[in-house]
Design a protein around this ligand. Structure first.
Ligand code: NAD
Length: 376
C-alpha cells in the first residue's frame, strides 16, 4: 500500500502545483472516463489524476489486457474506489461492449503494442492492436457519442529522421522506420477520419519520450527505465550510437497535464500537437547522470546504433500545445529523474520481479549479451 500512497501523493502534489482553473475542475467532476491501456506506464499515472478530477460521483474505467506486463499483474493500477479495472482487449467486441456499458462520456486511448523494436519483431500483432484495435474503439466511441476522444500519438511516428528542429506539427515525413511508427501515424489518420466524417471530437496528442514512475524496465522499454535498472544492478550502461544523440524527455505527469487539457479545451478538437518538454538531453549526459545518482562506477560502453534508430536528435516545439491548450511542462529533467529513481528504490523488489528481459538474445541487449553477466 505504501507504493500506492506515494504514487497518489506525487500526482496530488503535481495537481496542486498545476492549479487547474475552476472551469476545468467543473468539467471533469462526475464524469465516467474510459482509459484504454490504463495499466501502462503513462496510463497508470493518468488514471490517478483523472480519479481525483472526476471525484466520487464519477468513474474511471480501465481497459487493459496486461500484455505489456510480465506475470500479468496489474500492480500499476492504483486501487482507488472510483477506478474500475477491466481485463480485456481493445480488439475484442465482448470486452468493448463490457466497458462501454459503463457509459463513458470521454475516452483516452493509450493502449498500444509498445513500441519500435517490438513492432519489428511482431509487425502483425502491432498492426492488429494499434490500427484495428483503434478503429474498434473509435467505432464504439462514436456510437456512444462521447464528447472527447484523446489519442496517444507519437512524435517519433510523424516527423521521420532528419527534419528541421524543433519539430513543428506542420511537418510530416513519409519515411518512417518501424511498423510502430507507421501504425501510430495511421492511427492519427483514422482519428481525423472519424472527426471529419462523424464529427467525433478527437484530439491527436504526439508524445515525446516519456519517463517517470510507472514504467518498468524491459527489452522493449524506453532508455531511462532500462538505464536506471542496469545502473542499480551495477552494470555498464550500453549506448547504441555515439552518445551525442539527443531526446526530448518528457516527465510523465507533464504528459498527463497535456492529456487533461486536451480533454477539456474545445480548441483542441480535430487538432494534433506535440506534448514534450521542449528541451534536449544528450544520451551520454543521461547515462552519466544516472550512474552518478545510483553510485554506479562501471564504465559506459558504446555499441552500433540500431538500424531503425535513425534520429540523431529529437526536440519538439511545444508552442502549439501552449497556444491551444495552455500546456506548460512543470517538471525539470533533474527533478523528474530524481522522482523516477526514487520510485525504483521504493519498489525495487517488484521492479526486479517485473523487469522483462528474457534469457538469451533479448532485443534490449542484442549485440552486447556479455554485459548480462555484470551483476554485482
Ligand atoms: N512512453 C512513451 O515514451 C511514448 C511515446 C510516444 C507515444 N506513446 C504512446 O502512449 C501510449 C502509452 O504508452 P506507455 O508508455 O504507457 O505504454 P505501455 O506499454 O506502458 O502501456 C500501454 C498499455 O496498453 C496495454 N495493451 C497493449 N495491447 C493491448 C490490447 N490489445 N488491449 C488492451 N490493452 C492493451 C498494455 O498492457 C499496456 O498496459 C501508447 O499508445 C504509446 O504508443 C508513448
Amino acid at each position: 500500500m505504501k507504493h500506492y500512497k506515494k504514487r497518489i501523493e506525487l500526482v496530488e502534489n503535481y495537481l496542486g502545483r498545476l492549479d487547474l482553473k475552476k472551469e476545468i475542475l467543473d468539467y471533469y467532476s462526475g464524469r465516467n472516463i474510459l482509459v484504454t491501456g490504463g495499466a501502462g506506464a503513462i496510463g497508470s499515472n493518468l488514471i490517478i489524476a483523472l480519479s481525483k478530477l472526476v471525484g466520487k460521483d464519477g468513474k474511471i474505467i480501465v481497459l487493459d489486457n496486461l500484455s505489456a506486463i510480465k506475470l500479468k499483474d496489474p500492480f500499476n493500477v492504483t486501487p482507488l474506489p472510483n477506478i474500475m479495472f477491466v481485463l480485456g482487449d481493445v480488439r475484442s467486441d465482448v470486452d468493448l461492449k463490457r466497458v462501454f456499458k459503463e457509459d463513458p462520456n470521454m475516452v483516452f486511448h493509450l493502449a498500444a503494442f509498445f513500441a519500435n523494436q517490438n513492432s519489428i519483431d511482431y509487425p502483425e500483432v502491432s498492426a492488429e492492436v494499434d490500427v484495428i484495435g483503434l478503429i474498434k474503439v473509435l467505432e464504439y466511441a462514436r456510437l456512444a457519442k462521447v464528447d472527447r476522444f484523446v489519442y496517444a500519438s507519437s512524435g517519433c511516428a510523424i516527423y521521420g529522421s532528419y527534419p528541421k528542429l524543433p519539430l513543428k506539427e506542420e511537418f510530416i515525413s513519409m519515411h518512417l522506420t518501424t511498423p510502430y511508427q507507421i501504425n501510430k501515424m495511421t492511427g492519427e489518420m483514422y482519428c481525423n477520419f472519424y472527426y471529419h466524417h462523424y464529427e467525433l471530437p478527437i484530439v491527436n496528442c504526439r508524445f515525446f519520450n516519456s519517463y517517470g514512475p510507472g514504467e518498468v524496465p524491459g527489452q522493449y522499454r524506453n532508455v531511462i527505465p532500462n538505464f536506471i535498472y542496469w545502473a542499480m544492478k551495477g552494470m555498464s550502461l550500453p549506448i547504441t550510437g555515439t552518445g551525442e544523440e539527443t531526446r526530448d524527455f518528457t516527465y510523465v505527469l507533464d504528459l498527463v497535464q497535456g492529456l487533461i487539457k486536451a480533454g477539456y479545451y474545445k480548441e483542441a478538437i480535430g487538432e494534433n500537437f506535440n506534448l514534450a518538454s521542449g528541451k534536449e538531453v544528450k544520451i551520454l549526459d543521461l547515462a552519466e547522470m544516472i550512474n552518478k545518482a545510483t553510485g554506479n562506477s562501471k564504465p559506459i560502453y558504446f555499441m552500433e546504433r540500431r538500424k531503425w534508430d535513425t534520429k540523431p536528435r529529437l526536440l519538439a516545439s511545444i508552442e502549439k500545445a501552449k497556444k491551444l491548450v495552455d500546456y506548460r511542462p512543470l517538471v525539470e529533467f533533474e527533478e523528474g529523474l530524481r522522482n523516477n529513481i526514487e520510485w525504483f528504490r521504493d519498489n525495487w523488489k517488484k521492479i526486479e520481479a517485473f523487469a522483462d528481459f528474457p534469457p538469451g538474445m533479448s532485443s534490449a541487449v542484442r549485440g552486447f549479451a556479455p554485459n548480462m553477466n555484470q551483476d554485482s
